[in-house]
Design a binder for this molecule. Structure first.
Ligand code: UD1
Length: 422
């Protein structure tokens, strides 16, 4: 297993290109199942999660070609001939469940293994299943699989009131509703930019959707969808992660392609911490306002609130802030696994349930640490950039699921970072 070695304590200065969003791409790719015609996604990120979704689609009989070094995905479900999403692929990635809605909507039947994914709490898929049931699907959970069937005339439009916000359940229901008979209304829908991106792509394919970006989505089902070419939206989590790099080390980094509307709540917390974020022609430029970092409190929320996927990374920053910061994790249970690893680097953190209290220390020190999940792994790299001495982060396969060319992007700004093949 590869590890990453960082020699910390250097300011970062330079420009970092931000890739297309992993989480948008993972919900856009299954949209191919809804049509016979080609779906081309441009600005795709080059990540192992995307390769896993590619394999999953191929296992169903879809064509999924990765062009231009992986930045373009050419998808076609013209010859889709298998409606069984196997455990061996699905277990690697929770987002695999997103093939369920499209398969049911277009083919009336699907068998999808119950997913695995990051070890951050229980993460059931009951809301996905209830939404599809409301659209008339019959579901049977057997042998670790969801065996799903649509009624003989196909899925039917329905009013679905989500009891709480779920990104994945909103996506699955939205995908399915595009081909359902009649109108579907999704209340308490997720408002994440990745949902907006999905709605825009589906509209290019001929879907009738209103309300993306608000908490009510209305979808008028159509008989068929066509092909489209769609650019994947910028990855706001990768953006936020690299915005933290100069915040934690000092220096100035311009994140190319960055947009403030994608990271509003996060940028507001950075501002309170004393980090300046400036919009430029090409993206967002970030630096410390007066050399110091103030402690700030953070509560994770669905969009437009502070994203849970940036909680681990901002914790790395707050480890060396002036004062005490309180971080409340409201989306996932058990999402502080990075805290004990940061403590190995000298951080002072106390975790009680969903609350972590971070008392700033003057500096972190390099140490051997272990990545426990995707966002935790990059928080350790951020901490290592600021730490005195050498840090080796092991089990970085988690990192490769969500960050492309991390070493290259950071070393381009002056970081001393290398991958050790293992
Ligand atoms: C997506 C993102 C993930 C991000 C999360 C929250 C992808 C591929 N992943 O995950 O990076 O951290 O949104 O912004 O886009 N829940 C249920 N039942 C369900 C579905 C969810 O109880 O059927 C719970 C989850 O356990 C969690 C909460 O609802 O506590 C929110 O999860 P959800 O928004 O669905 O996250 P994902 O779509 O899995």
């Amino acid at each position: 297993m590869d590890s990453i070695r960082v020699l910390g304590g250097r300011e970062l200065n330079g420009r970092i290109p931000i890739a297309g969003a992993k989480n948008a791409c993972l919900t856009l790719m299954p949209a191919t199942i809804l049509t016979d015609e080609p779906l081309t996604l441009t600005n795709a990120p080059r990540l192992s999660d995307i390769r896993t979704m590619t394999k999953l689609l191929q296992s169903l009989g879809a064509e999924a070609a990765s062009l231009q070094g992986g930045q373009v995905l050419a998808l076609s479900s013209h010859d889709l001939n298998n409606l069984h999403a196997d455990y061996e692929i699905v277990r690697k990635m929770r987002a695999s469940i997103l093939v369920l809605g499209p398969m049911l909507a277009r083919h009336g039947r699907a068998e999808v293994s119950l997913p695995g994914g990051c070890a951050i709490g229980a993460r059931p898929v009951d809301l996905h299943l209830k939404a599809l049931e409301a659209m008339g699907a019959t579901l049977d959970l057997r042998d670790g699989y969801v065996h799903a069937k649509a009624p003989s005339g196909g899925l039917k439009g329905a009013v679905i009131d989500f009891p709480f916000v779920s990104v994945g359940a909103t996506e699955n229901a939205l995908l399915a509703a595009t081909l359902a008979k009649g109108t579907t209304v999704l209340n308490n829908a997720a408002r994440e930019p990745e949902i907006v991106d999905l709605a825009q792509c589906l509209r290019r394919m001929g879907a009738h959707i209103e309300g993306e970006g608000t908490s009510t989505l209305t979808i008028e089902g159509v008989d068929r969808l066509g092909g489209a070419t769609h650019p994947v939206v910028v990855d706001r989590i990768e953006l936020g992660t690299y915005m933290l790099a100069p915040a934690i080390t000092g220096g100035t980094v311009e994140c190319l392609g960055g947009r403030l509307d994608l990271v509003g709540a996060f940028a507001e917390r950075l501002d309170a911490a004393g980090i300046a974020v400036e919009t430029t022609d090409e993206g967002l430029k970030v630096s410390r306002r007066n050399g110091r970092v103030n402690a700030v409190n953070v509560t994770t929320q669905p969009f437009p609130g502070f994203p849970t996927d940036l909680q681990a990374q901002i914790m790395a920053l707050l480890c060396t802030a002036d004062g005490i910061s309180v971080l409340e994790e409201k989306i996932f249970e058990n999402r502080f696994m990075h805290a004990p690893e940061l403590m190995r680097m000298g951080a002072r953190i106390e975790v009680h349930g969903g609350t972590a209290t971070v008392t700033g220390v003057p500096r972190l020190r390099g140490a051997p640490v272990m990545a426990t999940d995707l966002r935790a792994s990059v928080s350790l790299i951020l901490a290592a950039l600021a730490a005195e001495g050498e840090t080796v982060v092991s089990r970085v396969y988690h990192l490769d699921r969500g960050y492309e060319r991390v070493e290259e992007k950071l070393s381009g700004c002056g970081a001393v970072i290398e991958r050790i093949a293992g």
